[in-house]
Design a protein around this ligand. Structure first.
Ligand SMILES: Nc1ncnc2c1ncn2[C@@H]1O[C@H](COP(=O)(O)OP(=O)(O)OP(=O)(O)O)[C@@H](O)[C@H]1O
Ligand SMILES: [Mg+2]
Length: 259
């Protein structure tokens, strides 16, 4: 189990981005994290994977644990070696590198043994990458780059995969492919933490979900419960996903579960 306990995070010693966030990711489930822009979702992910430092942030309270042991989140590489990989917001592939060179970067914590088998495993999971293995990553479509970013993270053979808005900016058909892929990854034995603005997509495959508002986890419930919750329907599932999330802040104050 990968877990976050009452996490508080500040940037540049002033800006409080998380004010008490807690969640758990079991090894065989997809856990969704929903929240409006600025709620603290990306900060949560950075805190879990040792990337806060780069952004001049730090954990001031609480901790992250892996199988009951506190995880050292001061070293990003150490987190990956412990079995926790991530795909950050935006598709951060190395545009000058080929698809396969990008995948290779993802395997660096595991050394170069069995590299060929690892590529094949990824190509099996992502046939679209197999067809383009020698292509420059920068020439791939947005959806293909997102798949490459996920494939690269999977090269480390993580026990847990953390995804920050993998469907952002992608056409509905591609979002469906990404969704199916996330299910495949879970079924193959990797626990998934899925941060999404696209609540309909996330809740359609998640086992459990959390809602973050203003740096605090305010809801914690099975995905089925969240799907039928009237507030979730109104703010996260109503209308187009993008619109509903942008409106959340505006209505937030009068909602009971956010008050
Ligand atoms: N490097 C940083 N320095 C200072 N403040 C930051 C930094 N990164 C994020 N913040 C602030 O922390 C808060 C949470 O931001 P965060 O990026 O975690 O939100 P988010 O939920 O991921 O939003 P979005 O949906 O827009 O990606 C915001 O108020 C943001 O301005
Ligand atoms: Mg974010």
């Amino acid at each position: 189990m990968l877990a976050v306990h009452n996490l508080e995070v500040v940037y540049e010693d002033v800006m409080l981005a998380l004010r008490g966030a807690s969640l758990s990711v079991p090894p065989d489930q997809i856990i969704a994290v929903l929240g409006a822009n600025g709620a603290g979702k990306t900060s949560l992910l950075r805190a879990m994977t040792g990337l806060l430092d780069i952004h001049r942030g730090k954990i001031v309270r609480g901790h992250v644990s892996l199988d009951g042991q506190e995880l050292d989140t001061t070293q990003a590489a150490g987190v990956v070696s412990s079995g926790v990989s991530q795909v950050m917001e935006g598709r951060r592939v190395f545009v000058e590198f080929s698809v396969e060179e990008n995948l290779r970067v993802g395997a660096h914590t595991r050394g170069s043994s069995g590299l060929k088998e690892k590529y094949e495993r990824i190509y099996e999971m992502f046939p679209v990458l197999a067809d383009r293995r020698s292509a420059r990553a920068g020439y791939l479509s947005g959806g293909e780059q997102q798949m490459l970013a996920i494939g690269r993270a999977m090269m480390a053979e993580p026990r847990y995969l953390l995804l920050d808005e993998p469907s952002l900016g992608l056409a509905p058909k591609i979002v469906e492919q990404i969704r199916d892929l996330i299910v495949t990854i879970k079924d193959a034995g990797t626990g998934v933490l899925l941060i999404e603005q696209n609540a309909a997509m996330a809740l359609s495959i998640a086992d459990h979900g959390y809602v973050i508002e203003n740096g605090v986890t305010v809801m914690d419930a099975p995905a089925a419960t969240l799907r039928s919750d009237s507030d979730i329907q109104e703010f996260y599932l109503g209308g187009t996903e993008e619109r509903s999330l942008r409106d959340v802040k505006h209505y937030r104050r009068r909602k009971r579960w956010l008050s």
